[in-house]
Write a protein of this length. Structure first.
Length: 179
């Protein structure tokens, strides 16, 4: 940890399907104590799928936390904590968009909410896509549509795309690939 902050205990408060919630008991160098919330997530992977014409495949799906549809890059949680992100990204690409890719290129790694959650998302770039077919989970309803980079940036800056992984991935793709 840090010389100024020490965790003295951790209690599991809730165990869910995709996350665990803990109450961490903290002690500080000045003698004060506090309880902090901590959320553990096994991690996820996402992918920026680029068609030969340069358009990017995006998925639209209902997000319960926001009570609305969102526009995002394809993504999903790791099947196991030790699953390689690239395997997860490849699986999610085909499941959600109906395309696969033989070679994924690492684009960036991000931590979603560092103040209270350890979720890590590995984001990959997919080109040379091959059409296969969607393989959605039984509780997934995903619409797929292609957008130009300019259209996506406009949606980001208008506040129509608010998903942090999608914003980071689209802007990183533009910068890293010199588009």
């Amino acid at each position: 940890m840090s010389e100024n902050v020490k965790r003295t205990g951790r209690d599991l408060v809730y165990q869910g399907a995709i996350l665990n919630v803990y109450k961490d008991h903290m002690e500080f160098a000045n003698g004060n104590t506090a309880d902090w919330d901590f959320i553990h997530h096994d991690g996820a992977a996402a992918v920026v799928p680029v068609l030969p014409d340069g358009r990017i495949l995006m998925v639209s799906q209902y997000r319960n936390a926001l009570e609305r549809m969102t526009l995002e890059i394809p993504a999903g949680k790791l099947d196991a904590p030790d699953e390689p992100g690239i395997s997860c990204a490849s699986r999610e690409l085909e499941e959600e968009t109906g395309y696969r890719c033989e070679h994924l290129e690492h684009l960036l790694t991000l931590r979603t909410t560092v103040a209270f959650c350890d979720e890590k998302i590995e984001i990959y770039l997919a080109r040379d896509l091959k059409k296969t077919g969607q393989h959605l989970d039984e509780d997934e309803y995903v619409d797929v549509k292609a957008y130009t980079l300019a259209e996506l940036k406009e949606k980001i800056f208008e506040g129509k795309i608010q998903d942090s992984k999608t914003i980071a991935a689209i802007l990183a793709y533009e910068v890293k690939c010199g588009i």
